[in-house]
Write a protein that binds this ligand. Structure first.
Ligand SMILES: [Zn+2]
Length: 182
């Protein structure tokens, strides 16, 4: 189980930290030995989209590590000052340069091992023209048959795509998928 990320120095005073259980708490926290500041570590949010054009889904070939050259949905870490939906839209702009309309929340995935929560929204593409940023080698549309399943960058992306095509066969996107990845 992921417990902590290993904070060794206080973010306030630079002093050394120890992992101790604070009073009224139930788990060890990085606590400054000098000023006493407790540094809490919590999961990070990753936000992205499943962009769709007809029966095809947009994937981006990664121009960055990790998983350089593998295919992904547009997604990335949420920034301060934005909503989850705004973050998902921003990532779609940055990584694909696509024109689209945001649709509903599609999936919430807990990735426990790395301490992340991934949220994917559906997005309806308004054109087939893409202008990917520096993080993307190529942005391309794939039918279900064309999806390069062995070349997908992340398990969360594979899980999202599988569920998207299942819903599509079912003919309904009326539910939000909750997926727990150990
Ligand atoms: Zn300190």
């Amino acid at each position: 189980m992921l417990t902590a990320h290993g904070i060794r120095h206080c973010k306030v005073c630079g002093g050394a930290t120890n992992y101790v259980v604070p009073a009224d708490d139930n788990r060890e926290r990085a606590t400054c030995t000098v000023c006493g500041t407790v540094h809490y570590e919590n999961p990070l949010n990753v936000v992205g989209t499943v962009p769709v054009w007809g029966d095809r889904v947009l994937l981006c070939k990664r121009n960055i590590e990790p998983r350089f050259g593998k295919w992904t949905l547009p997604a990335g870490f949420m920034e301060l000052g934005e909503t989850t939906e705004q973050g998902a839209a921003r990532e779609t702009d940055e990584e694909a340069g696509a024109e689209y309309e945001m649709e509903g929340l599609f999936a919430v995935m807990s990735v426990v091992r790395v301490g992340q929560v991934h949220l994917f929204y559906r997005a309806r593409l308004l054109s087939e023209r893409f202008d990917p940023g520096h993080e993307t080698i190529e942005a391309r549309l794939f039918t279900e048959e064309e999806i390069p399943w062995e070349e997908i960058a992340f398990r969360t992306v594979r899980e999202a795509l599988q569920r998207y095509f299942e819903d599509r066969r079912r003919g309904s996107f009326d539910r939000v998928h909750t997926v727990d990845i150990a």
